[in-house]
Design a protein around this ligand. Structure first.
Ligand code: TEU
Length: 541
């Protein structure tokens, strides 16, 4: 596999709405991100994945785009975007744009035209079907609850929306759609961006009449054509969001010989605390043995036919320290443990804003406090189905997307320093003790664990290129693996539980490269790992 810059990089995801407000309207913006570039440069990241900043009515917080080539009013102007790209470049930070190609907003010019009538030139940019026996064309469901079909009174047809009613699906079978999207991608490449994250890209090959959503028959044809017409010409990174991907499917997207994408976000590990065959809201306890099995499978399955993304967090999932760590008395240890476990694996690590300071979930008591359309729609659907408000709120507190979207906590001033206005979403009250300023002032903070992990990746090729091997003879809750590269061997040991665990250290430690129990020494033999204790060691040859 020809070495690429993004294989040696660490990428930081910014959810612009919640990162830094610069004009006091309570909403994050591009000038706010520019004002925090020094912080991100200090952390040591190589690229910023920006969640969508394009014009949008914000039915789904920017994932409903009304103009791909203009900037959302609340976030600023195209001049601000050009300034961000330029100033990030001066700090050797690339900007990765979030492409939402499966659907647009219903306020996009294309859909406004398409709705004018069956003969409109843009009608087939979207997916329209006649009623069947006076009803919806079929039982396809929206991810955001209810039918995936919305009736249009004027034309007496339904249009497809796999997400909200204001996010009509694009018809990728229409070559004009593909050409228009390619042109837009080249518009952003010409602006000097460093790559793209492709939202639910596994859905663009959908065959709604056969009720095929993911991985449709023409998906890879569309992606190869897109690659050849746009990002394939440059040294850009592309990462596809593919919820149902298996390693075999991931190779179809990311095998360099196929000229499609650089890598994908797979979610098999992220779904391990979801009851089989149920929705994300239906919880079961995480079995660490499942996590070890799944992550190890991904570490060894792609070989030269693909590249792993590595993540715990993003804007759609609850914060890891609350979800599988301990966000109370063991918050710092457990946040560091998850960081050490992930960042010494093979692949490109992604850090979601606030993860690096151990930001936590933010529980609510009423649906009135919930902003996210996915949770609000689910609430009403489950009330109808007879669930109690309390059990639905418990699900939202565990898995709701607002948990990740509370404003970035910069310091202990009002609203965590995020805004001088009224924040669009509540700030987590723990901002007074969990914030960037305090983290930077504490040499033992989670921030400096992330900063060191990033520095280790730059200094030690074994982290990027080394082979991975899971240790199978450990306690269930101890996740231990080795990395091997050109005669060098590293051992990573993490107790992913809030109980003491024993571990047999059978080899001589040459050097401890990182640990979350300051100055603890490790001799070979039986050792007791404290709750969420983690260390990585260079092993003597
Ligand atoms: O998410 C895809 C998606 O299906 C997730 O929303 C998932 O269903 C759920 O939220 C997991 O908790 C992408 C974007 O990341 C998300 O923010 C958008 O809402 C969605 O697509 C539609 O564009």
């Amino acid at each position: 596999m020809k070495k690429k810059w993004w294989q040696e990089s660490v990428i930081y995801q910014v959810y612009p709405r919640s990162f830094q407000d610069s004009d006091g309207d309570g909403i994050g913006d591009l000038q706010g991100i520019i004002s925090r570039l020094d912080y991100l440069q200090n952390l040591g990241i190589d690229a910023i994945w920006l969640s969508p900043v394009y014009k949008s009515p914000n039915d789904d917080n920017g994932y409903d785009i009304s103009d791909y080539e203009d900037i959302m009013d609340e976030f600023g102007t195209m001049a601000d975007m050009d300034e961000l790209i330029q100033k990030a470049k001066e700090k050797n930070i690339k900007i990765i744009m979030d492409l939402v190609l499966n659907h647009t907003s219903d306020e996009h010019a294309w859909f406004i035209e398409a709705k004018k009538g069956k003969d409109n030139a843009y009608r087939d940019y979207y997916i329209w079907r006649d009623p069947v026996d006076g009803e919806v064309p079929n039982d396809l469901k929206s991810t955001f609850s209810g039918s995936a079909w919305q009736y249009d009174e004027d034309s007496k047809q339904y249009f497809l929306h796999l997400f909200s009613k204001k996010q009509p699906d694009l018809n990728w079978e229409n070559p004009k759609v593909r050409e228009a999207i390619h042109s837009m991608i080249n518009f952003w490449i010409d602006k000097g961006v460093g790559g793209f994250r492709l939202d639910v890209i596994d859905l663009i090959g959908k065959m709604p009449d056969q009720k095929i959503k993911e991985n449709g028959p023409k998906l890879h044809e569309y992606l190869h054509d897109m690659n050849q017409a746009t990002f394939g010409r440059g040294d850009l990174v592309t990462v596809g969001e593919t919820w149902g991907a298996t390693p075999e499917i991931a190779k179809l997207y990311s095998d360099p010989k196929r000229d499609e994408l650089s890598m994908v976000f797979q979610f098999e590990h992220i779904s391990l605390d979801q009851e089989d065959g149920k929705e994300k809201w239906d919880l079961k306890p995480l079995a660490i043995s499942d996590l070890k099995r799944v992550l190890s499978k991904w570490q060894v399955s792609l070989g030269d036919e693909g590249w792993n993304s590595l993540f715990w967090n993003n804007h759609d999932v609850p914060r890891i320290v609350s979800r599988w760590g301990n966000d109370q008395e063991l918050r710092v240890e457990s946040a560091k443990a998850f960081a050490i476990l992930l960042h010494l694996m093979k692949g490109t690590p992604y850090i979601y804003q606030g993860e690096e300071i151990g930001m936590t979930n933010c529980p609510v008591t009423s649906i009135d406090e919930v902003e996210d359309i996915e949770a609000v729609n689910m609430y009403h659907e489950r009330i109808e189905a007879g669930y109690s408000p309390a059990e639905i709120i418990a699900s939202i507190n565990a898995k709701g997307r607002d948990n990740a979207r509370t404003p970035m906590q910069w310091d202990e001033t009002a609203n965590g320093g995020f805004t001088t206005g009224t924040p669009w979403l509540h700030v987590n009250p723990n901002y007074r003790t969990i914030n960037v300023a305090d983290s930077l002032a504490d040499s033992n903070s989670i921030f400096y664990t992330y900063k060191k992990l990033i520095a280790l990746r730059k200094a030690h090729p074994i982290i990027v290129w080394g082979d991975y091997e899971l240790l199978t003879n450990t306690a269930d809750e101890v996740f231990a693996y080795t990395r091997h590269y050109q005669g060098e061997k590293w051992l990573v040991v993490v107790n992913l539980s809030d109980k003491e665990q024993s571990f047999e250290l059978t080899e001589n430690v040459h050097e401890i490269v990182i640990q979350n129990k300051q100055d603890k020494e490790y001799q070979n033999g039986q050792i007791i790992l404290e709750p969420f204790e983690a260390f990585a060691a260079i092993i003597e040859n």
